[in-house]
Write a protein that binds this ligand. Structure first.
Ligand SMILES: Cc1ncc(COP(=O)(O)O)c(C=O)c1O
Length: 365
């Protein structure tokens, strides 16, 4: 029997058990061809079939309209922080940034190297634990796009609504994609690093509306974009302008198949909501644990929590590992604990964490 722990890492994160099984079975000999998917030429008929099926399944899961391209890129979400303004802005253009935590702050800072990044709101004033109403955001008149992060992986803050702006929405969904229902038509661009809810690291999914791809800025920046970062060129080449991250693409495809077998995103969303509710309930019903985020904005994927007595942190983490509950240490900027509970985290994992939290409180409270 393979040893498997409940891994609460924020990313790279736990993959579904059945996907790990498929990887094991298919490594060495994929469907009788005598080699693993990761050994195949990306131009081979076999790999093209893997790549096309992964895209078709993703389109199906998220109901991605034909008027959007799906790009399989590299460089992580961090590369997109630069790639988005490179592709959508001419030098001097303004883009609006909603800053709700660590990642959106980083995105805005990187964007400022390629465009005028207007900070529409920065939640640092309240320690990134809440988000002011839209009426208080300072939007610019002619923004090329409006950028935000749906779910701040570190602070555990989620924007529960889709902003209404004149500018197209560009959204970093790294830690929430495929966890809840979305309407792709609401967005100009959706991007996400794979290593949380999609599959192994190395792949970045970019879903881009054709209209934005086709927009050509007259004054220069477009021509200086490295070709592998140029959305139009990547789209024209079917994301195979150069060698794509074939292993991650293939493994993401297995995750998409698994998601479909689970009943799709609606089913996952209900399960995710129930998992998060259970954990928040455990945190809120005790003075021993706390979560600082205003309820309305709490993340369903990444749940930070503090122990009232921080001197118990190390003991908590040590005993958690003994029970097969790993990677619960909070991000260094927040401290305490953080439980990342993406699609692959089974209900039993959350139950085991909640039971351990209660036991730990009994023994140390
Ligand atoms: C919301 C969000 N954006 C961006 C990043 C950075 O991603 P990458 O390491 O893929 O560049 C992360 C990583 O944790 C993230 O959670």
């Amino acid at each position: 029997m393979m040893k498997r722990v409940y891994n609460f890492s924020a990313g790279p994160a736990m993959l579904p058990g059945p996907v790990i099984e498929r990887l094991r079975e298919e490594t060495g000999d994929w469907h009788g061809v005598g080699m693993a998917a990761m050994e195949m030429s990306h131009r081979s008929a076999e790999f093209i079939s893997i790549a096309e099926k992964a895209e078709a399944d993703l389109r199906d899961l998220l109901s991605i309209p034909d008027s959007y391209k799906v790009l399989f890129m590299q460089g992580g979400a961090t590369a997109q922080f630069a790639v988005v303004p490179m592709n959508l802005c001419a030098p001097g253009d303004t883009a609006d940034y909603l800053v709700t935590g660590y990642w959106s702050r980083k995105a805005a800072k990187e964007a400022a190297r390629f465009c005028q990044a207007n900070i529409a709101l920065d939640t640092a004033v309240n320690g990134d634990t809440s988000i002011a109403e839209e009426s208080q955001w300072r939007l610019s008149d002619k923004a090329a796009f409006f950028h935000y992060v749906t779910n701040e992986t570190i602070g555990g803050v989620r924007l529960p609504t889709v902003p209404v702006t004149k500018a197209p929405l560009v959204v970093d969904m790294s830690s929430s994609i495929l966890s809840e229902l979305i309407n792709v038509n609401d967005y100009g661009i959706i991007y996400a690093g794979a290593q949380k809810n999609i599959g192994p690291v190395g792949l970045t999914i970019v879903i881009v509306r054709d209209e934005l791809l086709n927009e050509r800025k007259g004054n220069g920046q477009k021509d200086t974009i490295p070709m592998v970062l140029d959305y139009r060129k990547m789209a024209d080449a079917g994301s195979m302008l150069n060698t794509p991250p074939t292993f991650s693409w293939y493994a993401a495809g297995l995750v998409f198949e698994w998601l479909k077998a689970q009943g799709g995103i609606e089913k996952m969303a209900a399960r995710n909501r129930a998992k998060a509710d259970r954990l928040y309930q455990a945190i809120d019903s005790s003075d021993f644990y706390s979560n600082p985020v205003e309820k309305k904005y709490r993340s369903l994927m990444n749940i930070p929590f503090m122990l009232a007595d921080e001197s118990l942190n190390a003991l908590f983490l040590e005993q958690a590992v003994e029970r097969g509950l790993t990677s619960l240490k909070g991000h260094r900027t927040v401290g305490g604990m953080r439980a990342s509970i993406y699609n692959a985290m089974p209900d039993e994992g959350v139950d085991a964490l909640v039971a351990f939290m209660s036991e730990f409180e009994r023994t140390n409270g």
